[in-house]
Design a protein around this ligand. Structure first.
Ligand code: FES
Ligand code: FES
Length: 1021
């Protein structure tokens, strides 16, 4: 039928089907700012304004919108300069989002902006609470909402004339609050509350981004590194430009759907796709009989993949509810869905393995009996063992024998979801050269090309992988998860194919965090010295062993390295980490931000807390007494390296003590911990306050393995193209890499045009994982920029010498030329601009392209350290836990961009908060998942957030040209145990004073309530 829609003030006549949603119609018309994030109105990414009010366009029929005015992000504002045409520019809200770092992946940004616009139109002077309520319909998995809220309040102040849009940066886009981030402090100075920017006053809000930088060592005077530069992709994301994978429509594109298994373990005895193939509009149906049988691993990792090859694109056996049974490509999504129902499958159900401890018992059914299975290291499919780890450092039994007390306990951590708002999505097509193009939302484009080549029976050179903007990944897109589906269907049909996961598929068929049972045993002397520490983990990898060895290995490698003991034990620690990583009929686990380390810190830091309290130690002093320090050997560096040869590594920088000092002051530890009166809430006898801490460390990249490369070329105007294989997931890595290049080349960040990543055009990069991009890819960018800078200096010296010749001055050598402010300057002040150098090189004299390529691989993995604090209010009658405040003081080396780095911390703490109190994926006795959408699986909303505070304790890591370490993963590690410890603290002030020890996260009201109900003699379990 034909309807007329008023979109952004223009009437448009469109043909729609009766059931078409407004979202589908808008995107079909090219309004790509409305995003798809779920299926049932849960995420808000599709929001548009209908008569000025936000609505989820996925829930509204297009026909229902007739007669109403529809506003999309495309009409909100646009880039102010468009060649000879100027526009009204960006909306104040867009400007504020850009300036304040409110945009990370940007997938939720159009919806947040529209929701904020509607708010300010009806309420120009909202409170923070009202802003949070207005944004509560739009889920954001990246930001923790702190900066978006700040941006809306700032925009309101600008619109009301209470603030200006902020001082303009050199690039013409104002950056408000530049002074907010500055670090004028001397090493070790007591820090004061952060100063507000000297320009326009930012409104006071509860959760303003409070990141502070405390320098413990000088990183020198830098122009671009260390500055809150706005993200290089922020302007396009604020406009809702078609930057994501699904924002591409190709002529003749087919829609893919996958038939998933309803059973957790079954053989496919018979499959008949003839009825589906006969359905008009169906272009192809593929079953295991139709495609090559190639064993591979879906883990996006370097060669050799450190895990078993145990997966096929399609198999005749299914191993979890949600496993693949058949692929369909059809003219429309609806036809593809219909076709799935016409595929007849006869299953032979097999006994289930849902408990990892039973899966290893003799006689247990075997999940992987296929002859093509390829072992890696200690995987043993006959015992359902995907990986086995046995690490003994020192003499652990002797250490226990030397202890005065031994503490043992068992802990459990759940399976949880990355829940990026953009689902997995890939588009495949043949190009005019018969090469297969895979456009995909991935963290690992180069690994996809290498791993899929044999699966698709194509040589690597006939595959091109393009990564556009990514709407969040968090490790979930370090998996080669869906690209093969679309690719097989393109090969089968010769046509472009798009495959996008539904939200239900994200929960039932995508990867998740490994759940584990962990047994801790720790020996302690009466003076608080740890003499031996042991962790034994039973990890459930689910049906396939992708990331089995490496995730669980990191659980021990990063968590158990932190406490080495004191005195003689410091040099010769006794540490044990054993793990069995077991196949079950649960959906496969994989990579998730933190990569196994949060699973280690829940048991470790809950255990340390119990020991400290049982022995009467101050929990901070006890931890610091035993913690690893700078100058000491990373205890695992000689014991394990993800299945490769381990090599000794000394810790060069550790700001942990300063982190504790700063974090303790920020949370008000001395006024709260052990202070009886503080724990009461006046007038509310059922409430108790509690405060808790956890200390953590992570790693920075994988030594002797991770490699990134970069290429830089100079343009006529003195600008540069920076080509990198690194993949920005929304973290801001493109921006920090541009900052490093700009620093070396002496230009503005906006003079560095970043392109990432495309396997045809950008150099190799192992991808975005292991907290490595700033460090590894940044090393490559810095080297490439240094090489290009040498060429510029040489040419500039020649040019200046030519000019100076007449004056008889001594010729300048290239090493005297200084690059800054877009100029190449001699010590005497003479200069040529970089544009003049570029013209000279490209057009005038001994013509050449100034460009350089460089790679970087690190022999070390310098750990960042952090102290995480939490303050909670506990309802001792219902078990309800409310987290009031999180403070994270983190040593991530030199902070290249405080705006993006603090966004990483805020977003990471927010994800970790879900891990602490509400997120978990549960399965019934048939292996059926309980959580299938974002209603059942709750992630934090804007109005539910606690106060967040970030403090950067800067150290200078000498192994990197700019002194950086990692920042992206460490915020995942400490929140859950800090919250668990704070709940214990609060519960100790309940009337019985016994406290509740919750050993399984998340700390749900039910668990706390049940713990309170336990008989007194079990209270300290
Ligand atoms: S609410 Fe519409 S796509 Fe999620
Ligand atoms: S910035 Fe909000 S989902 Fe990524």
């Amino acid at each position: 039928m034909k309807i007329s829609l008023n979109i952004n003030g223009t009437m448009q006549e469109v043909s729609v089907a009766a059931g078409d949603s407004l979202l589908k119609v808008l995107r079909g018309l090219g309004y790509y700012g409305a995003k798809h994030g779920c299926d049932h109105g849960e995420c808000g990414a599709c929001a548009v304004l209908l008569d000025g009010k936000p609505v989820n366009s996925c829930l509204l029929l297009a026909a229902q919108a007739e007669g109403h005015s529809i506003q999309t992000i495309e009409a909100m504002g646009e880039h102010p300069e468009q060649g000879w045409k100027t526009t009204d520019g960006l909306h104040v809200l867009q400007q504020a989002f850009i300036e304040s770092g409110a945009i990370q992946c940007g997938y939720c940004t159009p919806a947040q902006l529209l929701a904020a616009k509607a708010l300010l139109e009806r309420n120009p002077d909202p409170t923070e609470e009202e802003v949070r309520q207005a944004l509560s319909g739009v889920l954001c998995r990246c930001t923790g909402y702190a900066k978006p809220v700040q941006a809306v309040l700032h925009a309101a102040a600008v619109l009301a004339g209470r603030a200006s849009a902020g001082p303009a940066s050199e690039g013409g886009i104002p950056v408000s609050g530049a002074g907010f981030w500055g670090s004028d402090q001397a090493p070790g100075d007591e820090i004061a509350e952060p100063e507000m920017p000297s320009g326009p006053a930012l409104p006071a809000v509860q959760t303003r981004p409070k990141a502070r930088v405390v320098a413990t060592q000088s990183s020198g005077a830098l122009q671009r590194v260390g500055k809150p530069e706005i993200k290089v992709d922020a302007v396009k994301l604020a406009q809702g430009k078609p930057a994501f994978t699904a924002d591409l429509e190709l002529r003749g594109m087919l829609y893919a759907k996958v038939l998933h298994s309803p059973h957790a373990h079954a053989n496919i005895r018979h499959i008949d796709a003839s009825r589906a193939r006969a359905l008009p509009g169906v272009a192809a149906v593929l079953t295991w009989q139709d495609i090559p049988r190639v064993a591979y691993s879906t883990a996006g990792q370097s060669d050799p993949i450190p895990g078993p090859l145990d997966t096929f694109s399609l198999d005749h056996k299914v191993r979890f509810v949600g496993d693949r049974v058949a692929f369909v490509a059809a003219e429309t999504e609806e036809i593809a869905e219909q076709a799935l129902k016409l595929i007849d499958v006869e299953y032979e159900q097999l006994p289930l393995l849902l408990d990892p401890s039973q899966a290893m018992q003799p006689g247990a059914p075997r999940l992987h009996d296929e002859p093509e299975f390829v072992n890696f290291a200690d995987s043993d499919p006959s015992r359902n063992l995907a990986a086995e780890i046995r690490i003994d450092i020192g003499d652990v039994e002797k250490g226990f024998a030397e202890a005065d007390r031994i503490f043992e306990a068992e802990y459990e951590v759940p399976k949880v979801q990355q829940a990026h708002i953009e689902p997995h999505v890939a588009v495949t097509y043949w190009d005019e050269n018969d090469r297969l193009v895979i456009r995909t939302s991935t963290q690992v484009p180069f690994h996809i090309r290498r791993v899929l080549a044999p699966v698709l029976k194509l040589p690597v050179k006939r595959i091109r992988v393009i990564k556009p903007r990514i709407g969040g990944g968090f490790g979930g897109k370090q998996e080669i998860l869906i690209e093969d589906v679309a690719a097989h269907l393109t090969i089968a049909t010769g046509r472009p194919v798009i495959y996008e996961y539904s939200r239900e598929e994200e929960f039932t068929a995508a990867r998740s965090r490994h759940p584990m049972r962990v047994r801790m045993k720790t020996g302690v002397k009466m003076d608080g010295t740890i003499t031996a520490n042991s962790m034994e983990a039973l990890s459930d990898t689910g049906a396939y062993g992708c990331h089995a060895l490496t995730v669980t290995g990191n659980t021990g490698h990063k968590a158990m390295a932190l406490y080495v003991g004191d005195g003689p034990y410091r040099k010769n620690p006794n540490i044990r980490f054993y793990a069995d990583v077991v196949y079950t009929n649960h959906p496969p686990a994989g990579a998730y931000r933190g990569y196994g380390v949060p699973q280690g810190y829940w048991p470790l830091e809950r255990h340390m807390e119990k020991i400290a309290r049982a022995m009467g130690f101050d929990p901070l002093e006890f931890r610091l007494k035993n913690a690893l320090r700078a100058g000491e050997l990373h205890p695992f560096s000689t014991a394990w390296s993800e299945g490769r040869e381990p090599r000794p590594e000394t810790i060069q920088t550790c700001g942990l003590e300063e982190c504790v000092r700063q974090g303790k002051a920020a949370i008000g530890w001395d006024q709260k911990y052990d202070q009886v009166a503080w724990h009461d809430v006046p007038g509310k006898p059922h409430l108790r306050k509690g405060v808790g801490v956890a200390m953590v460390m992570q790693g920075t990249a994988i030594p002797y393995l991770d490699m990134g490369a970069a290429s830089i070329k100079m343009n006529d105007d003195g600008s540069f193209n920076l080509l990198i294989g690194a993949t920005d997931l929304g973290t801001g890595s493109d921006t920090v890499l541009a900052q490093m290049a700009a620093e070396v080349l002496g230009v503005r960040v906006e003079d560095v045009v970043v392109y990432s990543s495309d396997t045809d055009f950008t150099p190799f990069d192992k991808g975005a994982y292991a907290s490595s991009t700033t460090y590894i890819s940044g090393g490559a960018v810095t080297r490439a920029a240094q090489k290009a800078a040498e060429q510029i200096r040489q040419r500039a010296a020649n040019m200046l010498n030519e000019r100076l010749k007449a004056s008889g001055a001594q010729p300048l050598s290239a090493d005297l030329i200084h690059l800054a402010d877009g100029r190449a300057s001699a010590p005497g002040g003479e200069f040529v601009t970089l544009a003049e150098v570029a013209y000279n090189a490209l057009h005038h004299e001994n013509q050449e392209q100034i460009m350089a390529v460089a790679s970087y691989m690190s022999p070390v993995s310098p750990p960042p350290f952090a102290a995480q604090f939490a303050e909670v209010t506990l309802d001792i009658e219902t078990g309800q836990v409310k987290v009031d405040k999180l403070v994270m003081a983190v040593d991530s080396g030199v902070i290249v961009n405080p705006l993006t780095a603090s966004g990483q911390i805020e977003g990471g703490m927010t994800q970790a908060l879900g891990y602490a109190v509400c997120e978990e994926m549960v399965y019934d006795e048939q292996g059926q998942p309980r959580e299938r959408d974002l209603r059942d699986y709750h992630i934090f909303l804007a109005h539910e957030m606690p106060e967040l505070e970030t403090i950067f304790v800067e150290t200078y890591e000498p192994s990197h040209p700019f002194g950086v370490k990692a920042v992206a993963e460490i915020p995942m590690d400490g929140v859950a145990p800090a919250v668990g410890n704070a709940v214990l603290d609060a519960s100790l002030y309940a009337p019985d004073g016994l406290g509740v020890h919750i050993n399984e996260n998340p700390v749900t009201p039910e668990k706390v309530w049940r713990a309170f109900m336990r008989p007194a003699d079990q209270a300290s379990a």
